[in-house]
Structures are given as structure tokens and as C-alpha cells.
Design a binder for this molecule. Sequence first.
Ligand code: NAP
Length: 308
Amino acid sequence: MSGSLLASDLFDVKGIVAVVTGGGSGTWCTPSCFCPYKLTNSPIGLGLLIARALAVNGAKKVFILGRRKNVLEDAARDIGLDNVVPVQCDITNQQDLKTAVTLIEKDVGYINLLVANSGIGGPSGSAPPQASISQVQDVLFNIPMDEFTNTFHVNSTGVFYTIVAFLSLLDAGNNDKTYQNGRSQVIATSSIGGFHRKITAGFAYSISKAATTMLMKVLATYLVPYRIRANIICPGIFPTDLTASLIDEKDSTEEGAFPLDQIPAERAGLPEDIAGPLLYLASRAGAYCNGNCVITDGGRLSVLPATY
Ligand SMILES: NC(=O)c1ccc[n+]([C@@H]2O[C@H](COP(=O)([O-])OP(=O)(O)OC[C@H]3O[C@@H](n4cnc5c(N)ncnc54)[C@H](OP(=O)(O)O)[C@@H]3O)[C@@H](O)[C@H]2O)c1
């Protein structure tokens, strides 16, 4: 028995109820970010792109979560559809998570999809090329330990508690047989930083994202009895608050902005490069994926030493 193979059916997300953390976007990098790209302004964050992709394609409700109420409200206004609902929530605060769950429970009573997308970068700490071992030691030892741990707190611990907080609503979502025959899903935005061995965004960031990726793989197994699926999107470089304008003021998304040996696609990611994989995983097209990791990086992992 097969259904429709039309793209409009395969990638259809009409009617789904989704939660997107970090869905209003905002400042990902700390002001002291040391990334090599000198990236400043932010066009749009990945969570907002994800929320927008779901909303414009007819999701019933998209709840966008984040700490800054004004950013969430601006995002909802910007999308301009009444299916986007801002919910203030710090994912590192269990009470905030409970409050958000209660609010969504009262509003709709279930969710089909949770996108655990919130994340932070940093802390900075990179030694100059050819640094002596004592310079390296100095730079790395001077990274405040609490900043290092905070990156884990948001990117790994916060993602874990977000998912746990929404389990009952994901379970309730399984009564909705129109969504993948009653198989709700969690998708985490991890990063290729969790796979490559070159430290480009800090030790804490890379290894916290490796933890996020592993967490999702573990959950894909752990949640099998509950028919809740867990998948991962690993983006490469996208021009968000972290990565907005590129080296030499070039538009990072223009082909040619990056050399082939840094990104084979020769550019940073465009909105379609995150919305496409998201719609794939969220829809019938990706319904057979569980424990899967979709890399969307223009081939960057192919030119970096990586564990993938
Ligand atoms: N841009 C890239 O090149 C790239 C590459 C790989 C992976 N990623 C990942 O993509 C995700 C989105 O990042 P982005 O690049 O789109 O940057 P962004 O625009 O700064 O988005 C980060 C979002 O996380 C939210 N957030 C941070 N701490 C939070 C907390 N404690 N509680 C709730 N929300 C919190 C922020 O909202 P508030 O500040 O309002 O809370 C913001 O909306 C992150 O997980 C990031 O690691 C990005």
C-alpha cells in the first residue's frame, strides 16, 4: 500500500502542532566570540526559520519559546500568521519549562513535534597560530570555568530537560493518527561542531554539541516503547547572530564567499538549507527516520578532520 508520491503531499506539515525552542532567534554568540569569521549582524536565526517554515506551510500551531519576550513577539509579528504563539521560557529553568507545558496543554492539549533548537556559543579562548605551549595553556586556562559549563548547561542539559518536560504532550500527540500514524517526534538542532575535530567555535561548544547528538541517539532508542521518534539536524555555517557578515565584508551566502577547502558549496547556508531538512524530517517524507542525523553543511564535514 503506498500513498501519494507528490511532493506537496510528501512534505505536507498542514495541521501539525509544534514547539520550537529558540524560535524567536537572537544573540547566539557572546560579545567576546572568537570565531574566525568576524560575523556581526543577524539576518535571522535558525529557530525562527524553522518556525516560519512550519507556520507558512499550514501548521495548526507553532509555539516559539525563548527568554526574551520582545524578541518572540517581534518574531510572531514578523511571520504575520495567527498560528504562531510566543511563549517566554528559559530552557535551563525547570519551572519555566513546566509553565510552558501547562500553557500549551491548556491551549491545544498535545504536540506532534518538538524542535529543541535553543543553543549558545562560546566561551571564547583561541590561541594565535604558532602559539607556544605556554600561550596555549594561558589562553585555555583563562576561560572561566562557569562559562564553559554554562554552554553545556544550555546546549546539552537544557535540551535534555526540554525534551523530558514535553514527553507527556508528545505522548498525547500520538493520539493524533494524522501525524505519522501517531508517532510524534523530537528534533534537536545540534551542529557539525559535534563531529569535526578542528575547534572553530570553542571546546565547550563542540563537545556540548557532541553531547546533544549522542543524547538524541540515546533517546531514539529509549523512547521506542513510547512511539516517540528522535532525530537530529546538524547545520554547518549559517548567517545568524553568530555568523552574519563574512570575512572581508563579503555576503557569506554568496557563492565564492568561502574557498572550496572550507565549504565545498563555497557559501554559508541559506534559509532553504535549514527549512528543507526540517520539512523533510517533520513531514511524511521523513516519517521512517528515527535516530537519524541530517547534516546540512554544504559539505564542510568532508574537508575538516571529523569523526562523522
Ligand atoms: N548559525 C549556525 O551557523 C549554527 C550552526 C550549527 C548549529 N547551530 C545551532 O542552531 C541553534 C540556533 O542558533 P542560531 O545560530 O539560530 O542562533 P540564534 O539566532 O542566536 O538562536 C539561538 C536561540 O536560542 C535561544 N536561547 C538561548 N539560550 C536560551 C535559554 N536558556 N532558554 C531558551 N532559549 C534560549 C535564544 O533566544 P533567547 O536569547 O531569547 O533566549 C535564540 O532564539 C543553536 O542550537 C546553535 O547551536 C547554529
